[in-house]
Design a protein around this ligand. Structure first.
Ligand code: URA
Length: 425
């Protein structure tokens, strides 16, 4: 077997055989296939696609490149959620302890932000003392004691994907549906969850800009999960505007705490409850209703235990940025657009995100929204507050927001998009 014949086969729109796929993933993980060869193959896949059989075998080969975790010793059904990434998407923070409070165990392996999308681990690291890196034994202990754990995936889990994802990120090959689906599902299947709910984001702030692409990605991932014995469901959800009223690490932790205390923005609560109900149903747990667990404080109790078990000080004040800048509403009328991608880029430029994997992030940086699409605003009222420790970044963030806002004349009929756009099971 050699890399060039595999690349040529896909370049010429052929179907890769099982032995070709097994070999190329294994040889790439071992360093025998070079980065430039894998880049060429990834580009051929992006341009020419893959059949369902190829995607399934590719996913399986990535799972076999590393270890598989097993939570069966817990004796409790497990359920996980994966979001394809968005702006202001803090849902994992209230969701994991909420589902734990309702009786399922939640082993949540999460990632860091890259580009304009935020990452769950960066958000939680704004809590003083909190640790993302746990050994497999520590992860199991937190899960057993607290019902939920949110941590980084260890190096042993799907190492082929770690290498390939980093390569795709710098070769313009992230957006291939077969590669996104196999990347996400190889990690989730190797993680060993019994049930999985996928939150596939659609809109300007998401990888998938339109519903058709999002449906294809969702169907591919649901198929992969089910054939691996994981009860998998996908919700397609709106990412044309940021979720909630904050984008940025500590700002989003604060908003998540509001949800766990029974308050918080309506869209964050709605999506958290929708995903929680799907996770519990997929795991076959039919006990407490998640809305009750937000009201009665049991979700907050699970949060406090989970954060404390990972070294976090739940009572410490969250970091606050040193400087703020207010952007006013440009006109009086109905706010019809507050673009997720623009807000994500602006938050990133303020220091909430990173340009390279090794860059630090500012815990306090980000953007607060004072209105959401559908609201009536008055010219000059505060619309956005930008937060950063480094005020020299303000002009770049303001530039990113230049076309982010549309205000229509007073009285314009406008119905914001629903949060949940479709369900694929
Ligand atoms: N998230 C992943 O884990 N992989 C992708 O390819 C895209 C998003």
């Amino acid at each position: 077997m050699d890399a060039i014949s595999v690349i040529r086969a896909k370049r010429d729109r052929g179907e890769l055989t099982d032995p070709q796929i097994d070999w190329v993933i294994d040889a790439y993980t071992r360093g025998e296939v070079a980065d430039e060869q894998m880049s060429a193959l990834a580009m051929a896949i992006l341009l020419n696609g893959m059949t369902a059989r190829e995607i399934s075998r590719w996913t399986d080969a990535m799972i076999r490149s590393g270890e598989r975790m097993d939570f069966s010793s817990l004796g409790v059904p497990t359920a996980d959620k994966h979001s394809t990434g968005g702006v202001g998407d803090k849902i994992t923070l209230p969701l994991a302890p909420l589902v734990a409070a309702c009786g399922a165990a939640v082993p949540q392996l999460s990632g860091r932000g890259l580009g304009h999308t935020g990452g769950t681990l960066d958000k939680l690291e704004s809590i003083p003392g909190w640790r993302a890196l746990l050994s497999n034994d520590e992860m199991l202990a937190v899960l057993r004691d607290c019902g939920a754990v949110i941590c980084a995936a260890g190096d042993g889990l799907a190492p082929a994907d770690k290498k390939l994802y980093a390569l795709r990120d710098v070769t313009g090959t992230v957006e291939a549906i077969p590669l996104i689906a196999s990347s996400i599902m190889s990690k989730k299947i190797a993680e060993g969850t019994g049930a999985l709910v996928l939150d596939v984001k659609v809109g300007s702030g998401a990888f998938m800009k339109n519903l058709d692409d999002a449906r294809e990605l969702a169907r591919t991932m649901v198929g992969l999960g089910r054939s691996a014995g994981v009860a998998t469901v996908a919700l397609l959800t709106d990412m044309s505007t940021p979720l909630g009223l904050t984008a940025g690490n500590a700002l989003e932790v604060r908003e998540s705490l509001e949800v766990l205390a029974g308050g918080g923005p309506a869209d964050v609560v709605e999506l958290t409850l929708a995903l929680a109900r799907e996770m519990l149903a997929a795991a076959g747990v039919h006990g407490k209703d998640p809305a009750d667990a937000l009201r009665d404080g049991s979700a907050m109790d699970h949060w406090r235990r989970m954060i404390t078990a990972q070294g976090g000080d739940v009572d410490a004040p969250l970091p606050v940025a040193r400087e703020t800048h207010v952007i006013p509403a440009p006109a009086t009328g109905v706010l019809t657009t507050l673009d997720a991608y623009a807000v994500g880029v602006a938050a990133w430029r303020l220091g909430a995100g990173r340009a390279r994997k090794e860059d630090p992030v500012q815990a306090g940086a980000g953007i607060e929204l004072h209105a959401k699409p559908g609201a009536t605003v008055t010219a000059g009222q505060p619309l956005l507050t930008l937060h950063t420790d480094t005020p020299e970044r303000f002009p770049y963030a303001i530039e990113a927001l230049a076309d982010a806002v549309t205000v229509a004349p007073v009285g314009t009929a406008f119905t914001p998009a629903p949060i949940v756009l479709d369900r694929i099971a």
